[in-house]
Design a protein around this ligand. Sequence first.
Ligand SMILES: [Zn+2]
Length: 141
Amino acid sequence: MDRCLFCDIISGASEASFVYKGKYCSAFLDLFPINPGHTIVIPNQHFTLFESMPEEVVSEMFIAAQKIYKAIISSDIPCDAGNIFISNGKIAGQEVEHCHLHVVPRYPGDKKLMKFISKEEIIKSYRVQLDKIAKQIKKFL
Ligand SMILES: [Zn+2]
């Protein structure tokens, strides 16, 4: 494996502004924040993709993300809403190959866009299609 920026942050070889250090995951502020308070939650051990992480790691990551989000709301950081997401895999926009969960505070007038497709490209799904896809997913839960 090539050198991993996030593994370097966990080991202390690279610096970061940590907000949380737990058994399975840690969180620090994004160096290129979408908005102030943008936090990255990562597993302490290297996992490239979401699906390869054990459940206890995933659990702690999401619990930590919720605690951090609540803390941001309680703080003076502008936060009237939030985007909590993972870009999983290169095609989905994952830039660091160490799985990470974004916690992004949002506020009115921040002029940030969370956009996957244009309005013209949106096609309403039919219930039968949705039910079929839901059934496929439920098969593996
Ligand atoms: Zn790593």
